[in-house]
Design a protein around this ligand. Structure first.
Ligand SMILES: [Zn+2]
Length: 221
């Protein structure tokens, strides 16, 4: 039996975390005390995620993208411990200044990417604690030098490093492409049932994507 050359695109359903810019928030099935929300903001359909420990009420925002008012509404009543950045591209950071003013919380980012606000240095290998939840930081350069992914209880927040159907954009640059593929190779070591929630669009799983990695490598982008 031959397999298709490309990852079958996920359907636009709740199962794959379908959200639309400015539209309703998606809440994932809770894993013990971990409650995760996804919503999309702005002209580039940027996903923002909130990881909450329902035991303590602590929460972490992933990507201060585009719409500070919406993000602040989504964390009302929660004790936000900080904002982590998957990377520093303009569409992922425009709300940071307003969010820092509103929420008075630290921003964490890899120093390889420039941020519009003062950020605490974060590297792969670090762990952040959100109440009882450990969030593992994974360094994934390639799309940008300072790319980071975040893994919490089998849920990977992959920024613009890994999407359904392959790696994020590396602008036709061969060395950036080989770098992002090294990052992707490391992510693909995660278990099949790891949910992958990217910076734009639908979710996927590691098991759905891994069979196509050599197709992407041969394609070269
Ligand atoms: Zn990007």
């Amino acid at each position: 039996m031959s397999k298709p050359d490309e990852t079958p695109p996920p359907p636009a359903t709740a199962e794959f975390g379908h959200v639309t810019p400015g539209g309703p928030t998606h809440v994932y099935p809770q894993r013990d005390c971990m409650r995760v929300k996804k919503f999309s903001v702005g002209p580039f359909d940027n996903n923002v995620y909130v990881i909450e420990c329902t035991g303590t009420g602590e929460a972490l925002i992933i990507d201060g993208a585009s719409d500070a008012a919406r993000i602040a509404r989504e964390v009302e009543g929660l004790q936000v411990i900080g904002i982590v950045q998957t990377h520093g591209h303009p569409d992922h950071v425009q709300a940071l200044g307003d969010l820092v003013d509103l929420l008075k919380v630290p921003v964490y980012a890899h120093p390889g990417d420039r941020m519009p606000v003062k950020a605490q240095v974060l590297h792969g290998g670090k762990t952040l604690n959100v109440g009882e939840i450990e969030v593992e930081v994974i360094g994934t350069p390639g799309h940008t030098p300072g790319g980071l992914c975040f893994l919490a209880r089998g849920h990977l927040f992959s920024g613009d490093t890994l999407f359904p159907g392959g790696p994020g954009n590396t602008g036709g640059n061969a060395s950036k492409f080989s770098e992002i593929m090294k990052s992707v190779d490391r992510l693909l070591e995660l278990p099949d049932d790891t949910r992958v929630s990217p910076g734009h669009g639908l979710d996927t799983t590691i098991g759905r994507e891994r069979p196509y990695v050599e197709t992407w490598r041969a394609r070269g982008w």
